[in-house]
Write a protein that binds this ligand. Structure first.
Ligand code: HEC
Ligand code: HEC
Length: 610
């Protein structure tokens, strides 16, 4: 497709960039609950310095996010772990520390069952000092790539060349055959993540985008390359209100999530710039963003990445014909900026503010049943304490609205831990959360006292929580009932001291827990549940564990460069703007095989043939 046609398409294409807007500045929106419509949307500063066309930016971002060719194995996209209501509900080969449980040992590549949850099982689930029947102490993460050392890319091929590494016995291997690695925390949803001032469970994706790493101002890099007097020189990048861009430059080179160890941005750029976007993935002609660019037969896009970058970004950042000392082009050198800002623009369209709860808050009193209204009242009043931490239009104290409300200078990069709490989900020694350092050895919350950072995690927004199990940073609860039992007993590890504002005061009986669960299920947006625009997407093949023949023995794949197990694949079919006929399967349903008769989408039972 030539650039002129592309630009015409961009001005005519109906792109769904639903925006929040409304009040929310200091003194405006309070901690009180409200419809998501009233949330303050972080607007990235000085974006125009880099971006020429925000519609092209969103097209590019959606393609990047769903493109399986981005991963070193040519099969791992961002969406591989964020395909299901923005999260991941796979149940096999998802444990970060398969052999390290203290009592119930779940080995690598084992499917979890409902009986494996909650990970910490008590004789009396209402009393956190009752006998511990089981304490798995494992982390339910998401399967990423096999571990290997990166060697090179071959332009035109999606698969990076790699070299085997020495495996750690028992970790991501059985009998010397490697399984895919899994992340050390549970995957949160990307939907509504635009409202988080700092992304990730521990907030390490900075509000300030530096064009190179997730970590904000502690990154000393000069990450933008421009031509001056016939040579490429580098400049600092500082874009505020851009936590999603900061986040997006993390996983793509991460050795567990998407990359063989040691891959660089310029190598990744060389590969992706040479490939047809989304080649072999189906794109519906009525996809709300990509539809106008779908190739014939709907496989991939008819426009390439260099063309999309040229349409989206200012020429100053890509059109130079000069190369740097290493022979890299300007477009390759600025690729992290393109990647971060484009994915951020796409994710900023993933706002799910049309839930029955939002309709109720907007005055439609018939939108919630009597039970659900009781749950809402219990959630915001009663003994539940929920709104100490899940507050405001986003249902999170870590939101941009709340951070702006609480600061006078509009500086969202707060040194304190506003919106981050310790609930006693796991012992601090298992995961220090906010007490960790960023990639430049700077503490995540440099000026906050240790007792406010140890084991604290971001209070998640709760919309679509019905669809995004398992729950908490360790993925240790399978159902909302289990989450409410956890709160009812005031956390699992009270011995670690301070359990955040409120948790120690929670007072909930069985009836109140039932009401709150009913309320939480009103936070589902039907467009998410049925994958309608803007939540429609290309098709995707996701790995769902490995073949074992006989059971317990992994079969080594014939066509791998490294001794790795044969993957099993499931198809996540594409959806167009009108979405699916049937609702998404919940995590609990997947654990029980409910919906495999075709009454649910994403049952992971459809094979992938590509
Ligand atoms: C292998 C699985 C995997 C892949 C691939 C992956 N993610 Fe994630 N994602 C995760 C996990 C796990 C977390 C939480 C990690 C943490 O907080 O420490 C996360 C967190 C996030 C968050 C933060 C949400 C929040 O509420 O804090 C966003 C946004 C996100 N990912 C987007 C992306 C993008 C964009 C890509 C591709 C560049 C990507 N992810 C690739 C697993 C994955
Ligand atoms: C002290 C602050 C605080 C209070 C009070 C609180 N929460 Fe939370 N909530 C959090 C934090 C922090 C997390 C993430 C904790 C973790 O993973 O370690 C969380 C996680 C959750 C999750 C899991 C979401 C996910 O995607 O994994 C749900 C559901 C939830 N809370 C609902 C509630 C309800 C309902 C109440 C009231 C009964 C409540 N919370 C009270 C701070 C709080």
């Amino acid at each position: 497709m030539d650039r002129k046609i592309l630009l015409t398409l961009l001005t005519t294409a109906a792109l769904f960039a639903q925006r929040g807007g409304g009040p929310g500045g200091p003194g405006g929106q309070g901690a009180t609950l409200a419809a998501l419509r009233t949330a303050a949307l972080p607007t990235p500063t000085n974006l125009n310095q880099y971006v020429a066309n925000t519609e092209a930016l969103t097209v590019l971002g959606k393609a990047f996010f769903w493109d399986m060719q981005a991963g070193s194995d040519g099969r791992t996209a961002c969406a591989t772990c964020h395909f299901h209501a923005g999260a991941d509900h796979r149940i096999k080969n998802q444990l970060a520390n398969p052999h390290e449980g203290t009592q119930s040992l779940v080995r690598p590549n084992q499917s979890l069952t409902l009986a494996d949850f909650p990970f910490r099982r008590l004789a009396n689930p209402n009393a956190n000092n009752s006998a511990v029947l089981r304490d798995t102490r494992q982390v339910f993460g998401s399967a990423g790539v096999f571990q290997a050392n990166f060697l090179d890319v071959t332009p035109g091929s999606a698969i990076d060349s790699a070299q085997a590494v020495t495996l750690r016995p028992g970790l991501f291997e059985i009998g010397g055959v490697q399984t895919r690695q899994a992340t050390a925390r549970n995957t949160p949803s990307v939907i509504n993540a635009v409202f988080n001032t700092r992304n990730f469970w521990d907030g390490r994706a900075s509000n300030t985008f530096t064009g190179g790493t997730p970590f904000g101002p502690s990154d000393p890099g000069l990450n933008a390359w421009v031509e001056r007097s016939g040579a490429l020189v580098s400049q600092p990048v500082r874009i505020e209100n851009a936590s999603l861009a900061s986040q997006a430059v993390g996983p793509i080179l991460n050795g567990t999530e998407m990359s063989y160890e040691g891959r660089t941005w310029t190598k990744l750029a060389q590969k992706l710039l040479s490939l047809q976007p989304l080649a072999n993935q189906r794109v519906e002609s009525d996809d709300s963003v990509l539809g106008p660019y779908a190739a014939t037969e709907n496989l991939g896009l008819a426009v390439d990445y260099p063309t999309l970058i040229a349409a989206a970004f200012q020429p100053e950042y890509w059109q130079s014909q000069t190369r740097d000392a290493n022979g890299n082009t300007q477009m390759e050198l600025n690729f992290p900026i393109f990647w971060g800002l484009a994915i951020q623009a796409y994710e900023a369209t993933l706002i799910s503010g049309n839930t029955r709860y939002d309709q109720f808050m907007d005055g439609n009193t018939a939108a919630l049943t009597a039970l659900e209204q009781q749950g809402l009242n219990e959630f915001r009043n009663g003994g539940s304490q929920c709104t100490q931490c899940h507050q405001g239009p986003e249902l999170s104290a870590a939101s941009y609205t709340n951070v702006r409300r609480r600061t006078t200078n509009n500086n969202a990069n707060l040194p304190n831990t506003l919106g981050f709490f310790r609930l006693g989900v796991s012992p601090v020694s298992d995961d220090v959360g906010g007490a960790g350092n960023d990639g430049f050895a700077t503490p995540l919350f440099p000026t906050a006292p240790t007792n406010l950072t140890q084991g604290v995690f971001k209070a998640p927004q709760l919309r679509n929580v019905e669809l995004t199990g398992p729950y908490f940073h360790n993925g240790g609860q399978a159902t909302l009932e289990q989450v409410l039992e956890f709160y009812g007993r005031r956390g699992d590890f009270p011995g670690d001291g301070n359990l955040g504002t409120g948790v120690a005061q929670i007072n909930l009986n069985g009836a109140e827990r039932t009401q709150i669960v009913a309320f939480l299920k009103t936070l589902t947006d039907d467009r998410v549940k049925y994958e309608r625009a803007p939540f429609d997407h290309p098709s995707l093949c996701i790995p769902i564990g490995h073949e074992e023949v006989p059971p317990g023995q992994l079969r080594q794949s014939a066509n791998q460069q490294i001794p790795a197990a044969t993957d099993l694949w499931a198809l996540i079919p594409s959806s167009g703007r009108n979405g699916n006929q049937v609702p998404l399967q919940t995590f609990e349903e997947l654990l029980q095989g409910i919906g495999n008769d075709g009454t649910r989408a994403h049952t992971l039972t459809q094979p992938c043939t590509q």
